[in-house]
Design a protein around this ligand. Sequence first.
Ligand SMILES: NC(=O)c1ccc[n+]([C@@H]2O[C@H](COP(=O)([O-])OP(=O)(O)OC[C@H]3O[C@@H](n4cnc5c(N)ncnc54)[C@H](OP(=O)(O)O)[C@@H]3O)[C@@H](O)[C@H]2O)c1
Length: 334
Amino acid sequence: MEKKINWGILSTAQIGLNKIIPAMQKGKYSNVYAICSRDLKKARAAAEQFGIPKAYGSYEELLEDDDIQAVYIPLPNHLHYEWTVKAMKAGKHVLCEKPLVLSVKEAEKLIALRDSCGVKAGEAFMVASHPQWSGVKRLFKDGTIGTLRTIQGGFCFYTDDPANIRNIKEFGGGAIFDVGCYPLMVSRMILGEEPVRLLVNADIDPRFGTDRSASLIVEFPSCTLSYVTSTQMAPFQHMSFIGTERVIDIPQPFNPPSDEKTRIFVTEGALGYEETSEIVIPPCDHYTLQGDEFSKAILEDTKETVPLENALAMARVYEAVVRSITVHGWADVQ
Ligand SMILES: NC(=O)c1ccc[n+]([C@@H]2O[C@H](COP(=O)([O-])OP(=O)(O)OC[C@H]3O[C@@H](n4cnc5c(N)ncnc54)[C@H](OP(=O)(O)O)[C@@H]3O)[C@@H](O)[C@H]2O)c1
């Protein structure tokens, strides 16, 4: 039997209950061993629902369990840094939800702490584990689309519930930090480049003080990304990589269903539909793959799929986003 890593889940967050726990339970290298909550009853209910052996009534108690090697942190954004620090200091490997940090200073401190604690730490950008992106990378390498000129995309959904963490400014709410980080992430991943400067046109919700929608133009050294993101628009997601000869269209870039095939379209012709070929990716669950890749990195002492250095690069972009919104103009990514 394969050796497995014992995982502890920090909180009864929806993403954990709906996606991560069931997905990791299917993993080859991951064992969901414990869950905690600020409310023991909630932790016990979740443990019972998923057949998780241990339930704790505080995050601290879970971190004290010596049988746990790794923790998954799906807390509201403003708690990511604090609990990643506590978990690493407790000797645990950490996979923390995106955006792992919102400031460069915090990212730098986490990298130093990871190195002194000798643990693995990763940012849960599950898209990095989905094979459709290696498919896109291959298309680039093959020169299929000619020279890439621009990237366009979007990631939007609707919630105006004031209790939703996305609508609480002090929790790191807002569209860009919640879902607007994904078009940035996949563009950086595909280009292998970091943004140089960006311009954000944000619509700030007068009730919440968060960016309920935003349009961004992001300049990379070799091309430009433009996209829309929103917490108050009809659900929408899409990415297009537009080259001098063809276009790569990705209709399900961020939430491809785990039980269906995922498709990448390559089109050419004046109307864009004259000649379309498709690349079909067999069904897979990127949350299972994400958990297993991280467990394997611990077992084999290899690099994390999305290491803290990614959180640092993203934090540089987030700081530029905040500056651009503040000055209503272009901001350099420093
Ligand atoms: N990768 C993805 O596909 C994906 C998808 C959705 C969300 N996310 C990320 O996952 C994280 C959680 O999102 P979610 O929608 O699952 O959140 P959620 O359902 O609101 O859960 C957050 C959990 O944090 C705990 N918590 C601790 N202090 C809290 C406080 N002051 N206020 C509210 N909750 C507090 C609560 O658990 P207890 O009551 O049990 O302590 C709560 O259930 C976010 O960082 C988000 O960006 C990622």
